[in-house]
Design a binder for this molecule. Structure first.
Ligand code: RP5
Length: 163
């Protein structure tokens, strides 16, 4: 894909990638260019600030941020950019992602993070939602999204099958 990335997928750790890859897969399916990076709110705070402050200038239109545990990444990025930030709570080992969810979702009024479901479903939907946001000014992408939905609907059987 030679198109300039319009979506940034950032995550707190390499260990988040198997989850966040679901967002990347969705964007691949919809032919939306993205850039995936590791940006940790706690381990690489300077990288976080550099990323968030230059995200608009770098051409990004939407940021997908996934993190687990004390998941401060989405909120901190949102505090430094007006771009839409979609937060994905990664399923943590200790508390099954409840910690991630609560630390991402409960933002103070004024700094929004669009919070998705815990884990892979949330990551996949973050990819879809990023594409939906971009589709409001991209007719080709809107058509691809409609085709995705139609195919998904067609793939659901009317009755369950036995093994
Ligand atoms: C968070 O801590 C990351 O987002 C990750 O979900 C979690 C654990 O990170 P690792 O110890 O696996 O690097 O910052």
């Amino acid at each position: 894909m030679s198109e300039k990335p319009r979506v940034a997928i950032i995550m707190g750790s390499q260990s988040d990638w198997p989850t966040m890859q679901r967002a990347a897969d969705m964007l691949d399916t919809l032919e939306v260019a993205y850039d995936a990076r590791i940006v940790s709110a706690h381990r690489t705070p300077d990288r976080l600030v550099d990323f968030a402050k230059s995200a608009e200038e770098d051409g990004f239109k939407v940021v997908i941020a996934g993190a687990g545990g004390a998941a401060h990444l989405p909120g901190m990025v949102a505090s430094m950019t007006h771009l839409p930030v979609l937060g994905v709570p990664v399923q943590s080992r200790a508390l099954s992602g409840q910690d991630s969810l609560l630390s991402i979702v409960q933002m103070p009024a004024g700094i929004p993070v669009g919070t998705l479901a815990i884990g892979e479903a949330g990551a996949a939907n973050a990819g879809l939602l990023a594409a939906s946001i971009l589709s409001t000014s991209d007719e080709g992408l809107a058509e691809r999204l409609k085709a995705f939905r139609a195919k998904q609907t067609q793939s659901v059987a009317e009755r369950p099958t036995s093994d």
